[in-house]
Design a protein around this ligand. Structure first.
Ligand code: GRF
Length: 204
């Protein structure tokens, strides 16, 4: 079996990044995080990369002449590190067409709700405040639209009567930290077949 190099895009604390680093180190995912790119200098995920000896690069959106030039810099950085899959893990910026075109069906995202419900930056809160009884986590291929694209994996999380937003958040994050590495393992192992919108994941 091959060895997959992942490029992870982050904006924040990087707990999903950590779960991916750990899953690679523990042998669950046959590959490694080759590079971490952040659009925020203070993203704690950059420290996590450093602790694990992974190049962590801050690309400052303000330093580029518009979204196209920024997108180009991301593509160059990913290609320099010979990345096969681009993994958005709490990356709060829309990825531009150049990166999506350079990595067709090789850019994935995680969203803390059951898409297509509750897309957007506050999926956990929106589901909680709406009052749904079931929410969850989605891993999907990215498209040019936020939180949209063929779905690779989903897991439901029930909202209990005594849940607070905080307790729900904790359970959602636990699921994320399991589901994302499992989905990346399926991709790395070639168990994912895409037929238009339909994504079939074969068991191990
Ligand atoms: C996660 O809940 C992810 O689904 C969402 O942003 C959050 C990032 O958390 N897109 P972290 O940076 O991985 O800790």
């Amino acid at each position: 079996m091959g060895w997959t190099r992942f490029g992870v895009l982050i904006s924040g604390s990087g707990t999903n990044l950590q779960s991916i680093i750990d899953a690679c180190a523990g042998g669950l995912v046959p590959g490694e995080v080759a590079v971490v790119i952040s659009n925020r200098e203070d993203a704690y995920g950059l420290q996590r990369a450093k602790f694990s000896g992974i190049p962590g690069i801050f690309l400052d959106p303000m330093a580029y002449d518009g979204p196209g030039a920024y997108d180009h810099a991301i593509r160059e950085t990913l290609e320099l590190e010979d990345v096969e899959y681009v993994v958005m893990a709490g990356y709060m910026k829309l990825l531009g067409a150049e990166v999506l075109d350079a990595f067709p069906m090789r850019v994935v995202n995680i969203h803390p709700a059951l898409l297509p419900s509750f897309a957007g930056a506050s999926g956990i809160r929106d589901a909680f405040e709406y009052g749904v009884k079931v929410t969850g986590v989605t891993v999907h291929f990215a498209s040019a639209v936020f939180d949209e694209g063929p779905i690779i994996a989903q897991e439901a999380v029930e909202i209990e009567a005594d849940d607070t937003l905080e307790s729900l958040e904790a359970r959602i994050h636990d699921v994320e930290h399991r589901l994302y590495p499992a989905a990346l393992a399926a991709l790395a192992e070639g168990r994912v077949v895409v037929e238009g919108r339909l994504v079939r994941v074969a068991p191990r």
